[in-house]
Design a protein around this ligand. Structure first.
Ligand code: IPM
Ligand code: MG
Length: 359
């Protein structure tokens, strides 16, 4: 197998965690004899500084020719002047749109060792294991914007097709997990939400009659995520609600640094990034948690490279590290970013690929 992977380290702690991703991929490529080519390109604030644009043409072109893209993080105080003409975040949004990555998968699973790292009570956290499917290329993120000194607006729109394709993805995941789908909206106020509810009902009835489906208002959902999170299995929701709810859900697992994500389109191509941001307050110190990034690489092996056994090995190596306290300070450990990354690679070497069935 030959695979081309584009690395986009970006800003803040992005380069530090992306380095660990690169080392992990290189180790696995060597172990399995995979021909993986990695190439690093600019995005976000780093790209603005050197080219004036958050998504240079060269970066987009490289991503279009790749099998998968790995992204660190974008943004930081240096580029956050409200009057700035270009922002680092635009680079990420344009990339998602240009690559047609409409489904953002954000799994939220709790490691038992981290129960105390969460601000919530252990009994509330019992059994937390959900997959949030966030629509990623529509809604108010991409609607027409008016921006003046005395008036501003963001328009939110969705077409039937945009809703259908992401609900189908979520339905497939719910079926595979043998679980339930919760579609979250604000149908008592928003017209787009009423279309979401209608189309979701139709898609589920027609294509997934065997999968249980419920609708929930986003305000109620945001309450249940912290009061009874284990009631959720698969969630599907529009772009902005998904952005907000997944940050909220990250509090369940103790550290935002733990959560991975995959952004997918119709095919196998995907963009993989931890859900944490650029964390400018700790950037450059070598203390950022790389596990959300490494878990994103597990998702890459699963969804883009079709190597589920590798994905599982990475996940269990991360789990073992956490169980043994080989982790960064946000999880109660004392390792730096590089040490935590190499702890995962060491565990992978210990469980060499010969011990598992090769796919
Ligand atoms: C995320 C981030 C982005 C988003 C920002 C950086 C534009 O918060 O991936 O969740 O809002 O989608
Ligand atoms: Mg976000």
């Amino acid at each position: 197998m030959t695979a081309r992977i584009v690395l986009l380290p970006g800003d803040g702690i992005g380069p530090e965690v992306t380095k660990e991703a690169e080392l992990l991929i290189a180790d696995l490529a060597a172990e399995y004899g995979l021909a993986i080519e990695m190439q690093t390109e600019l995005i976000g604030g780093a790209a603005i500084d050197s080219t004036g644009e958050p998504l240079p043409a060269q970066t987009l072109q490289a991503c279009r020719g790749a099998d998968a893209v790995v992204l660190g993080a974008v943004g930081g105080p240096k580029w956050s002047d409200p009057d700035a003409k270009v922002r680092p975040e635009q680079g990420l949004l344009e990339l998602r749109k240009a690559l047609g990555l409409f489904a953002n998968l954000r799994p939220v699973r709790l490691h038992p060792k981290l129960v105390d790292a969460s601000p919530l009570k252990p009994e509330v956290l019992d059994g937390v294991d959900m997959m949030v499917v966030r629509e990623l290329t529509g809604g108010s993120y991409f609607g027409d914007k008016v921006e003046g000194d005395d008036f501003a607006s963001d328009s939110c729109s969705y077409s039937r097709e945009e809703i259908e394709r992401v609900v189908i993805r979520a339905g497939e995941i719910a079926r595979q997990r043998g679980g339930k789908l919760t579609q979250i909206d604000k149908a008592n106020v928003m017209a787009t939400s009423r279309l979401w509810r209608k189309v979701t009902g139709e898609v589920m009835q027609e294509k997934f009659p065997d999968v249980e489906c419920e609708n929930m208002l986003v305000d109620a959902a945001s309450m249940f995520i912290v009061s009874n999170p284990s009631r959720f299995d698969v969630i599907v929701t529009e772009n902005m609600f998904g952005d907000i709810l997944t940050d909220e859900a990250s509090t369940l697992v103790g550290s935002m640094g733990m959560l991975p994500s995959a952004s997918l389109g119709a095919g196998k191509f995907g963009l993989y990034e931890p859900i944490h941001g650029s964390a400018p307050d700790i950037a450059g110190q070598g203390i950022a948690n790389p596990f959300g990034m490494l878990a994103s690489i597990a998702m890459m092996f699963d969804y883009s490279l079709g190597m589920q056994d590798v994905a599982q090995r990475i996940e269990s190596a991360i789990r073992d590290c956490v169980s043994n306290g080989e982790c960064t300070h946000d999880l109660g450990g004392s390792l730096g970013t590089a040490e935590a990354g190499s702890a995962v690679r060491r565990r992978l070497r210990e469980t060499g690929s010969s011990e598992v069935a090769q796919g």
